[in-house]
Design a protein. Sequence first.
Lengths: 167, 228
Amino acid sequence: MRRHSRRIFNICYRFTGNRTEAEDLSQDVFLRVYRTLGSYRSAHGGFATWATSVTRNLLIDHYRRTKRDRITDSLDDKMPVVENKESAGRRPDEQALLGELSMQVQSALTRLSPELREAVILRDLQQLEYAEIQTVLAVPEGTVKSRINRGRIELARILQQMGVRPA
Amino acid sequence: MTWTCDLVEARLSDYLEGLLQGPERAEFEAHANSCADCAPLVASVRSLVVEMHSMDELETPPRLVYSILDKTLGPRETVTGWQGFLNVIRGLATPKFAYGAASVMATLIIILGASGFSLRKSKLADLRPAAIYQTADRGVHRVGAACVKYVSDLRVVYEIQSRLRQDENNLQTKPEELLPKPSPEKIPGQTDEYKPSQPRQQNRANEVSRQLEMLAVELPMLSERSVR
């Protein structure tokens, strides 16, 4: 359980960029897994792949549910602020947790569209195979490859806009 | 096939993951190295992928597992009052705990017994370290003396037995030696039993062996009496 909880927490954190939200979502994922355990079939791939699918579905639900809040937040963001945008809202313990560059990559990830974000997270941070990502996202392999490629290019451009150049 | 910037961008991940082979790879590299837009893009995406692969997984918060268990299996019940006390007692009444408690008690009793502490005549002064040390020291000396006495008694008995065995052997082999011999020359001032060459302990052994022989003669009578 600890192994799965760590992986699920990491996916949630990379997707949301918020530790508290990631904790709450991880709990919700396990609750959903617990309730729908009867629907698990080995045809879904391994248990880990199935749990990742549940996580992904819950993250997309959460993203849609909180979209309105984010629109309001983004309007607030357009107001002139003195503090640095990247470090705003990030707690010191979170900053210590991540390295400088990792923190900027994490920050850039949250600006990606959810489709590209989830593909990049599963491939480059969770290091899943294309076939597993295909099962999790329930899309053809060509779409998976295309999303990963576009996600990486988009992420590199966002980092460039932020003035970050990975060595 | 002419490689455009759009095509390089579309096949960038394939190139980075080694899926482009042979002429395709050469043409991709030829365009990427010569194009002012594509070269920095390829370099930045390559270093970004390397950076993401080297990013460590975060540790889960310690309370997360308990929160998950609470959420899935329900909150743990905290029982108070008599029910809680009974639960504690029930927890203690396990074979493992009973064996552990018995072994601890046995060890304590042995240590207290060895140190001379008596529960019946216990006084507060007995618990002073000096008093415990004195009692233990006295006990050790007493045990040591008893051991020495026991060993020396064993030694005497062994000597008696060996002497008896020797005498029996002499009786069987040389009966003529038991015949009365002419008395040796008597030295004035010395008794008949004086033997300067024998040690005192052997004299004592001879004496004990004589007594044992007498007892052996008497023993059938004693045993007959006890039967009656």
